[in-house]
Design a protein around this ligand. Sequence first.
Ligand code: PMP
Length: 388
Amino acid sequence: RLFLDNGTRTNHSSNSNSVLALSTGDPTMFEPFWRKMEDKCKVVIRGGDFMSYFSDVKNVCWFLEPKLGDAIRRLHGVVGNAVTEERHIVVGTGSSQLFQALLYALTTPGGAEPVSVVSSAPYYSQYPEVIDCLRSRLYKWEGDAHSFKKEGPYIEVVNSPNNPEGGLREAVVKNQGDQGMLIHDLAYYWPQYTAITSAADYDIMLFTCSKCTGHAGSRIGWALVKDKDIAKKMIQYITISSIGVSKESQFRAAKIIGVICDGCENVQSTETDNFFKYSRHLMTKRWQKLREVLQHNRYLSLFKYPRQHCLFIGESVETLPAYAWLKCEEGIKDCEEFLRGIETVGRGGKQFGADPKFARVSLLCREDDFNRFIERLYMGHQGESNGH
Ligand code: PMP
């Protein structure tokens, strides 16, 4: 059993009658692929390995394992989703730590007023939580970027594709001169979720293994940072917060990323050894099932996304978000509550700065849980139409 974000307890892997916990984006759907890889992904760590705090004293990011740095550059080269030339790589304990490091790096030494931080709604619910947590005098959460009008320095977090609603995004705050700083959180900018429309070329970009390979438990994220001074300040924060990042995790992440790249570079690769082919296929099947079951449901609806040309796949593809951003119809005001009625825990729209008639449900769960969710959507609808 584990605790959910809202403090309730639930079964980790649900049996057929229990409450379905789909409020977090735990990426367990990719487990079967990696289980089949078996020894290909095996790493051996001996007693005397990785004992030092340091990885590469010549690098700005002295705690980055060179093998991981190389693997990250190779991965972006293979996928074509981000420019790594003239960028510093800063590794973090998940991109969550890097986000905090960036808040620090972009706002120190600090002025009279805290720097405003905004993101266009619906925004990832962790942004306000992280920013408000320590009541910092350096920065302050100011909510939806669309309605932000204040003068002075600000940070806009651009999350593309967006968590929760799945679409590609651009910065929205206008007419702020050179006072604005942008953080591009590209956690989901991978071919299983979206078309790769160009190699992202922003000054500050965040990525994470959690949503790319599915290895959330390794807690490895990375930032691609153009400005050396910003990178240095991030490194200063990570030094204060955790004196670097686990070498064992970095070593494993480098191995996993290498296996992904090998699979992509092999022209004869299939869904069994090409991770993105596999994961895209799985996401396609899930979205088909979800759209099909909701076709017959007048209480819940979903966005439609345009097809876009994907440079990685070489053809026009569907958008397959990691989450279902569900909207209640027929005057139902609270989608989270509606979902609770079918024994499913989602995360309500309010936490994302949106109307409570929306809720987010993770589609990255294990196959059994996903199928149970589809069943519950179907049965819920049946119950209603039978007058229950
Ligand atoms: N950004 C976004 C948009 C996310 O959805 C997540 C994970 N849910 C993260 C960042 C953080 O990922 P992690 O700390 O696991 O790298």
